[in-house]
Write a protein of this length. Sequence first.
Length: 107
Amino acid sequence: MDSVVIMAQTVPDGGAALVMLLTVFVLAIFVGFEVITKVPPTLHTPLMAGSNAISGITVVGALVAAGAGQGALSTGLGFAAVVLATVNVVGGFLVSHRMLEMFRKKD
């Protein structure tokens, strides 16, 4: 709720700002889904490596949000973001490693 209050303070019409942010979020989900489903199977491993790098950046941003000291809600959401982004990075690396193992030549 703190972030909504902060957004409402920076934009004169807080309700319109929230609607705009939700619209951008929904459009980002739609575009992301469309882009990912169009990727051919031969590019999945490089795509996974790229998304792992992005998730690593997300961990850094989540650490900044958790340590900003803007209140209990902000710190809690930041901590949850750190945990979820870390799970995403570790899972992504495990999946990438497993996919690369499939391409190794057996002796």
